[in-house]
Write a protein that binds this ligand. Structure first.
Ligand code: GNR
Ligand code: NI
Length: 194
């Protein structure tokens, strides 16, 4: 067990839990940082790993299951995901320069939330499965297939790398406007896609 977590992610492990040392602030809907596309990371070095650690601290502190670098104002193609933030023995995933190789034709509807739009939860339709390639925190090429919540989270985070937010994909106009207004967000900050 210890050996396996070490192989997977010890290079960026931070203790899990909501109490974290100071970590970068997460930008919220309306901030231009969220709309700028992220650039590929040319070399996976210690400074990339340090950014991943800082993102994990922000994510655990905010009790999310994923975070993309643009959410903390860094326009690099880096994601962290942890579907099990309570379970210390299950290491987080670090995805660098992720690319979708394929998605399944089947679509799922799921109620999404986002640390950049706190309190808003709305249905989004996405492919139910995804096959991606990426580099891990040691720069090693990886490929993985995901379904369920992992596929959902990967696709949500990859949207952030392109400056897209889940509210841009919400089709229920009435619920969208209602939720945004209820939580004090501006409907004009949504850039509806397709
Ligand atoms: O914490 C999060 N939960 C979540 C729930 C459903 C679909 C996607 C997500 S990702 C989100 C964290 C976040 O905003 N990542 O960018
Ligand atoms: Ni998000």
């Amino acid at each position: 067990m210890a050996r396996q977590s070490e192989r997977q992610s010890s290079a960026v492990m931070v203790p899990k839990g909501q109490d974290q040392p100071e970590s970068p602030r997460i930008h919220t809907l309306g901030a231009r940082e969220l709309r700028q596309p992220a650039k590929r990371i040319s070399k996976v070095n210690e400074s990339v790993r340090e950014l991943a650690r800082e993102m994990l601290r922000s994510m655990y502190s905010a009790q999310g299951i994923g975070l993309a670098a643009p959410q903390v104002g860094v326009h690099q193609q880096l994601l962290v995901i942890d579907l099990d933030p309570e379970e210390a023995s299950n290491p987080p995933l670090v995805l660098i320069n992720p690319e979708v190789v394929a998605t399944s034709g089947a679509l799922d509807t799921y109620e999404e939330g986002c640390l950049s739009i706190p309190g808003v939860y709305l249905n989004v339709v996405r492919p139910s499965q995804v096959d991606i390639k990426y580099r891990d925190e040691l720069g090693r090429p990886q490929r993985r297939k995901a379904d369920g919540l992992m596929a959902r989270c990967i696709l949500h985070e990859m949207d952030h790398l392109n400056g897209v937010l889940f509210v841009d994909r919400v089709t229920d106009e009435l619920s969208l406007s209602g939720e945004l207004e209820r939580l004090g967000f501006n409907r004009n900050d949504v850039h509806t896609v397709s």
